[in-house]
Structures are given as structure tokens and as C-alpha cells.
Design a protein. Structure first.
Length: 218
């Protein structure tokens, strides 16, 4: 079954912090603290784990503002999203929003150029193995001076916060596969004052980027 609750937090970044690398729980997080009408929210982004399960991250620059417009129009605060293509939900595999518009090698059309551009925009391209601080260095750099953040995931069971801010499908058999589903992926989209949108995405390396209609690996 998929996540019991899924949505997006919209608001202004108050501060960014890192957990103590010598003192954290099952996962090592970078944390965004976001101002919204319901109060300050803590958003925990997994970037490493001591269990030996590698984490990967990917940046999508120049997210299409027209595709993102329905979400950008939302008021600050927490918004529940249906796990459908039209709700504003994210899906790393299926969402046109996460193809970006950058990475083109040429403005001149040719079959080879089109193929290269398709590869560059593929959801399977551009994943980097995280060394925790390497991922957070990039995230912190992108957050500098940002105007607004959009944090996708599941709400904390207690208090104001968001977790599961990562790929939520494609898990191998085990303790997390029962939470898999499509159109319920987590992530952070950062809006700069000039309007540029950047997505910061994370996944666990064993998660497959080939999934069926139930979000299970194929």
C-alpha cells in the first residue's frame, strides 16, 4: 500500500541545518526549517545511513515554470496531494516536470542531438552517490537567497514536519516495499527571486527506476 498521507509544504526558508555526523539516528539528514501559517516546519532530507545502504542525489535545473504554475499558485502551508498525474504530485519516473529544460548540447536539430538531449533529461541520468556532506553542500548552495521552497513528502505523525522527502517507489522486497506507490515521491523544489526553479531529489541506491503501475520494481 502507498503512503498513508502525502503532500507538499510551501513556505519561506528560515534556516538550513545539518545533523551532527557523530550523533544521529538511523539516517543522516539535512534539515530545512520552513515558515508557514501553521508555524515552523522541520523538513528532514535523508542523505546517508550507517546501515550501508547508499543514498544518491540528483539536481534538475530549469524546472519548467509553466508546468509548475499550479503548485506555485498555492498559498503557504501544507497541502495534501492525491497520487495522480494532475494533482501536482511528483513522480521521478513519470513526471514531465522533472525532465528539466537544461542540458541541451545544441539548438540545432539532428537525430543525434535529440538522442543526447533525451538522455540528459532522462530520470535515469545524473544520479550521484552521496557522501552526505557532498549532497548537502549542493543543497545548501542552491538554497542561498531562495525566495520560496516546496517540500514534498509525508507529514510527521507528531508536530509540524515533513519526512519521506525522497523517492517512494521501486524498493526491493523488504521492510519498505509495502509503502511503494506511484505519484507520491518526495523532493525539494527551490524558487529563486528571478523565478528559476531547481529540484533536489534523493533516492536509495537499491531502489529501481523501472516500476510498474503500483510503484513496484520490474
Amino acid at each position: 500500500m502507498p503512503l498513508t498521507s502525502y503532500g507538499v509544504l510551501v513556505g519561506r526558508l528560515i534556516r538550513f541545518a545539518r545533523e551532527d555526523p557523530d550523533d544521529f539516528g538511523s539516517w543522516y539528514h539535512g534539515k530545512l526549517y520552513v515558515a508557514a501559517p501553521g508555524g515552523e516546519y522541520e523538513c528532514a532530507i535523508d542523505v546517508s545511513t550507517p546501515s550501508g545502504v547508499p543514498v544518491q542525489y540528483r539536481e534538475v535545473r530549469n524546472v519548467n515554470p509553466q508546468l509548475f504554475a499550479p503548485t506555485a499558485a498555492k498559498s503557504d502551508g501544507w497541502h495534501l496531494l492525491a497520487s495522480t498525474p494532475t494533482s501536482g504530485a511528483l513522480d521521478y519516473v513519470r513526471s514531465p516536470l522533472l525532465r528539466g529544460r537544461g542540458g541541451c548540447v545544441s539548438v540545432v536539430y539532428s537525430p543525434l542531438v535529440e538522442l543526447v538531449n533525451t538522455i540528459l533529461r532522462s530520470p535515469r541520468f545524473g544520479w550521484v552517490d552521496s557522501t552526505a556532506d557532498k549532497a548537502l553542500d549542493l543543497l545548501e548552495q542552491r538554497l542561498l537567497g531562495c525566495e520560496r521552497v516546496y517540500v514534498y513528502g509525508a507529514p510527521y505523525s507528531t508536530g509540524n514536519g515533513v519526512h519521506d522527502i525522497h523517492y517512494n517507489q521501486g524498493d526491493p522486497p523488504g521492510q519498505f516495499q509495502h509503502l511503494d506507490g506511484i505519484w507520491q515521491d518526495g523532493g525539494t523544489i527551490i524558487q529563486q527571486p528571478g523565478g528559476e526553479l531547481t529540484a533536489f531529489l534523493t533516492k536509495f541506491k537499491p531502489q529501481s527506476l523501472n516500476t510498474d503501475d503500483h510503484g513496484l520494481p520490474v
